[in-house]
Design a protein around this ligand. Structure first.
Ligand SMILES: *[C@@H]1O[C@H](CO)[C@@H](O)[C@H](O)[C@H]1NC(C)=O
Ligand SMILES: *[C@@H]1O[C@H](CO)[C@@H](O)[C@H](O)[C@H]1NC(C)=O
Ligand SMILES: [Ca+2]
Length: 132
């Protein structure tokens, strides 16, 4: 019986251990401030291992025609908080292609098309985040 319990609990344990993407309904920074979005350096085909590496936080109203230093063409996954919208562009100064992400988890930006042949992995060069 003990073994059975252990086996049943194992998957949940690992899921908890590996879960990385924060929930759109409770997107806060360490100081407890509400975020508009959090953007991550890495992604993973295993969704529970996505949202890895360093991250860049956007607050309501954050408007970056030019990415903060070191963040150009780097974002691979992201989470947009409930009632918020993240708009992104593929070129600096809000140029190139654009795309709007509503509240939710984007486990792999690679899965979102950017122009005819491209995708959004490591392709964000401007962003604007707003919440209602
Ligand atoms: C987004 O891209 C479309 C298509 O190229 C363009 O018409 C539109 O003006 C762009 N929107 C913004 C806010 O840059
Ligand atoms: C995203 O782009 C980076 C840099 O080109 C690459 O190392 C990484 O494998 C890409 N991720 C995916 C999911 O394709
Ligand atoms: Ca990346």
């Amino acid at each position: 019986m003990k073994l059975l319990c252990a086996l049943l609990l194992l998957p949940f344990f690992f899921e908890g251990l590996l879960a990385q993407c924060p929930s759109p309904s409770n997107l806060l920074n360490d100081a407890g401030e509400k975020l508009c979005a959090r953007m991550f350096e890495h992604s993973n085909i295993y969704f529970e291992q996505s949202c890895g590496g360093s991250f860049l936080d956007a607050k309501n109203g954050d408007d970056f025609p030019y990415m903060p230093l070191g963040w150009g063409n780097k974002i691979s996954s992201l989470v947009v908080a409930n009632r918020c919208t993240l708009k992104v562009w593929s070129k600096s100064a809000k140029g190139g292609n654009n795309r709007t992400f509503n509240a939710g988890v984007v486990y792999q930006l690679k899965d979102y098309s950017n122009g005819l042949f491209g995708d959004w992995n490591d392709s964000i060069q401007s962003y604007y985040c707003t919440c209602t």
